[in-house]
Design a protein. Structure first.
Length: 278
């Protein structure tokens, strides 16, 4: 059995199937770890969702910011974007089944000495606290009144974590860290909106560091698998795998076999122009 961690798919279903064929992936034997952003910007969001949903326990998936954007737009929250390409999901006969499944996915997955999140973790959180906080968000997304959460989920404040945070502020910080964050101030405050906040590390906001370089990051004792940062590209260190290698922008779709860290990459045709890094 092999476990393959795969970077942001974003509706690029053809690239995904080519990569899985290259890997010789067998869902009766192997598993996938998918770092989120299954949908949007690429041309086949519906096909990706149907495929991953159909894999059942052979796929472990965490939510990304584009997945949450789809959930919000389906409930008429958030702002539509001219770059959205998930209309096929919204008009599908099985949309409610797929959206209910999507809302039930976690933001963080922990398994032995390895963990997965879409964007990152704040330095104060160890992996066990991160799992508990993800569970709080799942509870809000699957509650009968989940639309109340969607109405209050988006926004960039607060920027810092306190254990005493409660209500929508608490959940919003968790969502922002786990699905949107790239840079932080040295004290751990997220920088989500400043110029350069979506770009590569060398052009990041003044005085900020990539979240994974913050001193005293408590999640360093586990291998953390993430995506989200196409301007960073593929990055591998002893305690980190960042897997968004820009398939959407004409880069590649990256998989790493977790058992031996072997890297596999499938070149991708460009779906959109590389502007406004997401």
């Amino acid at each position: 059995m092999s476990t393959y961690a795969i970077g942001d798919i974003q509706g690029c279903f053809d690239a995904l199937t080519r990569l899985l064929d290259y890997l010789g992936f067998n869902p009766t034997r192997d598993r996938l770890w998918l770092v989120g952003d299954l949908v949007n910007r690429g041309p086949q969001s519906l096909a990706v969702l149907r495929f991953v949903h159909g894999l059942g326990d052979a796929a472990v998936t965490v939510l990304g910011n584009h997945d949450l954007h789809l959930v919000m737009r389906a409930a008429n929250f958030g702002k539509p974007s001219r770059e959205d390409t998930f209309g096929d999901v919204l008009s599908a006969a099985d949309r409610e089944e797929l959206l209910t499944w999507l809302r039930g996915l976690p933001l963080f997955h922990l398994e032995d000495d390895q963990a997965m999140v879409h964007a990152g973790l704040l330095p104060q959180w160890d992996v066990h606290q991160a799992r508990d906080l993800s569970d709080e968000v799942v509870a809000a997304l699957t509650a009968p009144n989940y639309q109340d959460f969607l109405a209050n989920m988006w926004g960039s404040e607060p920027t810092t974590w306190q254990d005493s945070l409660a209500g929508w502020d608490r959940l919003r910080v968790v969502v922002n860290a786990m699905t949107r964050m790239r840079f932080c101030q040295p004290d751990g405050a997220m920088e989500l909106r400043a110029p350069g906040a979506k770009g590569p590390p060398e052009r990041g906001p003044a005085g900020c560091l990539p979240w994974f370089e913050l001193p005293n990051r408590r999640s360093r004792d586990h291998l953390l698998v993430a995506g989200h940062w196409s301007a960073l590209g593929f990055k591998q260190t002893p305690d980190l795998l960042v897997l968004d290698s820009g398939c959407l922008w004409g880069g590649s779709l990256t998989a790493v076999r977790l058992e031996d860290r072997r890297v596999f990459q499938m070149p991708c045709p460009r779906q959109v122009e590389p502007a406004g890094w997401e």
